[in-house]
Design a protein around this ligand. Structure first.
Ligand code: MRU
Length: 360
């Protein structure tokens, strides 16, 4: 493994070229290719096609992408600027439905415009630039904080199982579910990490395994249906996963297969931790059933990665990209403002109170 992926920026604003720069995650692990995007359709495609993916990274990319597009809006009045800006915002918001960070970040950008109606268009553009940078910088702090809280729950030598990729590749830095592992390595801890390959798009095999292994971490890839065996062997002391949206009752929506891992962990008595920036917690959504679940093209199941189709032509295919773990399966939800434990309706409220106090 030549390259340590930790040395790359997953998503950034290229100030010189005024572009949104991302690692093209569809090329990993075979090529590390940086894409520079300025066209709104290319930015939308990059999110929809998972060139940039993972809830926090999608939010940061959308914010930077919206700035890149907004700075080229040719308008001589606030109203004309806002009309074009809103069109661009709504278009980017339609790229994927589940990760709430996408809407959270775009709303933050829109608020900047709405709160500064008296400003000149050139000043609005500067404020949008600053907000996009702030969203990215905050994500780095948030992930580091989640990593520190997560690390307090495990010890040197532990076996950890993860699903999908909630690592540096899914955020501005460190990741959420993989942050405790990356921070532990900085302290000289030696974890043994099992990454579910994560059918159908293989974020575990292609991305988590690449990210961890390139950072010198003991990493073992397993097919999704091997998790039970690995747990039964006594090789897993904790499960860490990320999430795309946590409902107010603590139900946590994440990559398809997460609920199955949570059920297994409960059966084997292994703690199941969900790592969630507060930007991923949606107090407006009451429960998991209310979270919109993205369905993706059938070909991702039947054709992708195979040299020829691996299911009969014409057969029905169901391809939901996410599911949710019931709150009762979740040992704790780790946020940047502390660790929430059941009952989540209460503890998540307290997390937001802590956040509000920190910003007073
Ligand atoms: O479809 P993806 O690859 O965007 O799904 C990503 C996940 O499910 C992640 O676990 C989640 O977004 C958290 S990333 C810190």
């Amino acid at each position: 493994m030549a390259e340590n992926i930790m040395n790359y920026e997953t998503v950034t604003l290229n100030e010189e070229k005024a572009t949104l720069d991302i690692i093209d995650q569809t090329q990993l692990p075979n090529h590390v290719e940086i894409l520079s995007l300025a066209d709104i359709k290319d930015i939308w495609d990059a999110i929809y096609l998972l060139k940039v993916r993972g809830a926090p990274a999608i939010g940061v990319a959308a914010a930077i992408g919206l700035y890149v597009v907004a700075k080229d809006i040719d308008a001589d009045s606030y109203d004309a600027f806002y009309a074009e800006f809103k069109k661009a915002k709504d278009y980017l918001a339609s790229a994927r439905p589940t990760a709430v960070n996408l809407f959270w970040a775009l709303d933050r950008m829109e608020n900047v415009v709405l709160m500064n109606k008296d400003k000149a268009v050139s000043d609005l553009k500067q404020l949008l630039h600053d907000e996009a940078i702030a969203i990215k910088e905050e994500d780095i702090w948030v992930c580091r904080s989640i990593g520190e809280y997560g690390l307090s729950l495990i010890k040197d030598g532990d076996g950890i199982l993860t699903h999908c990729n909630a690592g540096q590749l899914a955020t501005a830095k460190y990741g959420t579910a993989l942050a405790p592992i990356h921070l532990g390595v900085e302290k000289g801890y030696k974890f043994k990490v099992f990454t579910d390959e994560t059918r159908p798009l293989l974020q575990g095999a292609r991305l988590s395994a690449f990210e961890l292994y390139s950072h010198g971490i003991d990493t073992t890839v397993i097919c999704d249906n091997m998790a039970s065996q690995v747990m039964k062997n006594g090789w897993v002391q904790a499960v860490f996963v990320g999430c795309d949206r946590v409902a107010a009752n603590g139900d946590a929506c994440n990559k398809i297969g997460t609920s199955g891992v949570a059920i297994l962990a409960k059966y084997y008595g292994i703690p199941f931790y969900v790592c969630a920036p507060t930007s991923t917690i949606d107090m407006e959504t009451k429960q998991g059933e209310d979270i919109p679940i993205e369905e993706r093209p059938a070909k991702e199941v039947t054709d992708m990665w195979y040299t020829k189709r691996m299911a009969p032509e014409g057969v029905n295919v169901y391809n939901p990209a996410f599911d949710f773990a019931d709150n009762e399966l979740i040992t704790a939800i780790i946020t940047e403002y502390g660790i929430a434990r059941p009952p989540y309706k209460q503890s998540l409220k307290e997390i937001f109170e802590r956040k509000a106090n920190a910003h007073k």
